[in-house]
Design a protein around this ligand. Structure first.
Ligand code: NI
Length: 255
C-alpha cells in the first residue's frame, strides 16, 4: 500500500529538530510520496535541500501563497516565473485567496492568483488552491480561467456538497485531510456522495492534525488517520482507498 501526501510543508521550521525521523516514520507507514507546496521565496532553499536529501520521495511545487502576497508580490511572482523556466516542478501551489487573515492585499491576491494560473497553463502544470473565507472570490476567477489547461487540487477542502461539485466541475480534485476527522468538520457528512476519483489525500502538516492529534503538530505519518476515516465514510478497505487516491495523484502530477 502506497499513500501519497499531496500537501505537506516538510521544510517548515516545525520539523527542524526531527525532520528525518518524521519522514522515516511516514515512509514506514506507507506514506512514500510527499508533494511539497511553496509559500514564498524565503523557503526555496530549504525546499531544494529536502528534495536533494529524498529525491525518490519529495516532489516540489512552486508558487506564492496568498497570505504572503505583500508589497513585494511582483518580485515574488518573478521568482516563481524564473524558477519555472529553470527546472521541473510538479504544480503551481499553493496559490489562491485568503480573506481570513488579512484583506489588505485582496486585489493583489486576485492578481497573483490569476497570474499563477496562467503560468500553470503555460507550463501544463496543475494548480493547488488555498481557499479561506473566499469560495465566491475563487470561483469567480476559476469561472474566467476554466477550460482546457485548467486542472489541479482544491486543497484542504472545507466547503459544502454544492461547492464540492462546483470545484470538480472546474477539473479540480478535492484535497481531503484532518478536517474530515473533526466532529464539526461537516465534510464527512456528504463526502460519500463524491466519487473517489475526485479525491486526493493530504495532511497540510504541520497544520490541521487529524483526530486524535488535533491541536498538536501534524505529520505526514498521520495521513493514516485520514485514510481510516475515509475507509469508514466510503465503506471500503483502506488499501482500496490508498490505491485509488495514489493513482489520482499520479494522474494529476504526472509522477
Ligand atoms: Ni498548506
Amino acid at each position: 500500500m502506497i499513500l501519497t501526501d499531496t500537501h505537506t510543508h516538510l521544510y517548515s521550521e516545525a520539523f527542524d529538530e526531527d525532520r528525518d525521523e518524521v519522514i522515516k516514520k511516514a515512509i514506514e507507514l506507507g506514506v512514500e510520496r510527499f508533494f511539497i507546496p511553496a509559500i514564498d521565496s524565503t523557503y526555496t532553499k530549504a525546499m531544494f535541500e529536502l528534495e536533494k536529501a529524498y529525491p525518490e520521495n519529495i516532489f516540489l511545487m512552486i508558487g506564492l501563497h496568498p497570505t504572503h502576497v505583500k508589497e513585494n508580490y511582483k518580485d515574488e511572482l518573478q521568482h516563481v516565473e524564473k524558477l519555472l523556466n529553470d527546472r521541473r516542478f510538479y504544480a503551481l501551489g499553493e496559490i489562491g485567496i485568503d480573506l481570513y487573515w488579512d484583506k489588505t492585499f485582496f486585489k493583489e491576491q486576485q492578481e497573483a492568483f490569476r497570474f499563477q494560473i496562467r503560468l500553470a497553463k503555460k507550463h501544463k502544470l496543475p494548480i493547488v488552491i488555498h481557499c479561506r473565507e473566499s469560495f465566491d472570490e475563487i470561483f469567480e476567477i476559476l469561472e474566467i480561467e476554466k477550460g482546457e489547461g485548467l486542472f489541479g487540487i482544491f486543497h484542504c477542502f472545507t466547503g459544502s456538497l454544492e461547492q464540492a461539485r462546483k470545484a470538480i466541475s472546474y477539473n479540480l480534485k478535492l484535497g481531503i485531510g484532518g478536517v474530515a476527522t473533526f466532529k464539526n468538520g461537516k465534510i464527512d457528512t456528504f463526502l460519500n456522495e463524491i466519487e473517489l476519483e475526485h479525491i486526493v489525500l493530504e495532511t497540510d502538516s504541520p497544520y490541521l492534525s487529524p483526530v486524535p492529534y488535533r491541536g498538536k503538530r501534524n505529520e505526514s505519518a498521520y495521513l493514516v488517520k485520514v485514510l481510516e476515516k475515509l475507509s469508514e465514510i466510503y465503506g471500503l478497505e483502506e488499501k482500496e482507498i490508498a490505491d485509488i487516491t495514489t493513482k489520482n495523484s499520479k494522474d494529476l502530477f504526472g509522477i
